[in-house]
Design a protein around this ligand. Structure first.
Ligand SMILES: NC(=O)c1ccc[n+]([C@@H]2O[C@H](COP(=O)([O-])OP(=O)(O)OC[C@H]3O[C@@H](n4cnc5c(N)ncnc54)[C@H](O)[C@@H]3O)[C@@H](O)[C@H]2O)c1
Length: 261
């Protein structure tokens, strides 16, 4: 094949000129997603409920900081209006990182806790799709990426409603991929397994050792490994991928639990 006919894969990874909103930039995965997107040339609007957390992430990558409670519609309308006023048709994507687990057994969970869990995993995904989706659709392209969890594919004891809401996220994304596919907007999930330097639960070194031993790659993941999957889905490298859940778990999903010998 002549050189001029060959695909330039480096160019397909390039996000120069494109604006991305990152929701939940204060913890390890969100901050790393901002670094990954900006290293590929994107501009970012860093959003967190705590302005200081958003500002920290934005200052590091030369982005814009904004405080918002992403479970609230008026806040989400303001976030995506800001992205559109900053970038116009160059607003090309959203990475929604937020998904806080609220532990508890099903029979002991009250209505307020149920609502809170679904708000913290699902409501903001739906708001992103319903508010930002049509904005991107008008441009004829764009990528919506949601951080799910291995817990949405395999049940994790102690966080039943979190797993249930993450499972629903997979279906929401499949439906959105169908609704927005004709307009050129892609919608996908990245589902991490256990990731170090992130998350509300902080396992002890002993617990990390047990997590590692149950993982085919024999170690937990790192935020950069989740961000790498996000970068793939944000870029034209994944131009024929939509409605997909990309699992980043070191191989855990393929295992069955067996007693230690
Ligand atoms: N850390 C892990 O091991 C792991 C494993 C599987 C899945 N995940 C998923 O990865 C994602 C990131 O997890 P994490 O634990 O790093 O971060 P997180 O979801 O706990 O929080 C990320 C950021 O979101 C912000 N945030 C929380 N509620 C908000 C709200 N209502 N409005 C605006 N900002 C809000 C927090 O301040 C924080 O800075 C989540 O979706 C989580 O379910 C993490």
């Amino acid at each position: 094949m002549a050189l001029e006919q060959q695909t330039d894969y480096g160019a397909r990874l390039d996000l120069a000129g494109r604006g991305f909103v990152v929701l939940g930039t204060g913890a390890g995965i969100g901050g790393e997603v901002c670094r990954a997107l900006t290293q590929a040339g994107a501009r970012v609007l860093c959003v967190d409920q705590a302005l200081a957390a958003a500002q920290r992430a934005a200052d590091e990558v030369g982005g814009i900081a904004m405080a918002a409670d992403i479970t609230r519609r008026p806040d989400m309308e303001a976030v995506f209006a800001r992205a559109q006023s900053e970038w116009g048709d160059d607003f090309q994507g959203v990475v929604d990182v937020v998904g806080v687990p609220v532990p508890g057994k099903l029979a002991e969970t009250d209505d307020a806790t149920y609502d809170r869990q679904f708000d913290l995993v699902l409501r903001h995904a739906w708001l992103t799709i319903s508010i930002a989706g049509p904005m991107l659709a008008k441009t004829g392209s764009g990528s919506l990426i949601f951080i799910g969890s291995l817990g949405g594919l395999r049940y994790h004891p102690g966080v039943a409603l979190y797993c249930t809401a993450k499972a629903a996220l997979t279906m929401l994304v499949q439906a959105a991929a169908d609704e927005f596919g004709p307009s050129g907007v892609r919608v996908n999930v990245v589902a991490p397994g256990r990731i170090r330097d992130s998350g509300v639960s902080r396992p002890s070194e002993d617990q990390w050792a047990r997590i590692s031993s149950a993982t085919p790659l024999k170690r937990p993941g790192e935020p950069k490994e989740v961000a790498g999957a996000v970068l793939f889905l944000a870029s034209d490298l994944s131009s024929y991928v939509t409605g997909e859940t990309l699992v980043v778990d070191g191989g855990v999903r393929g295992m069955i639990a067996t007693p230690a010998s």
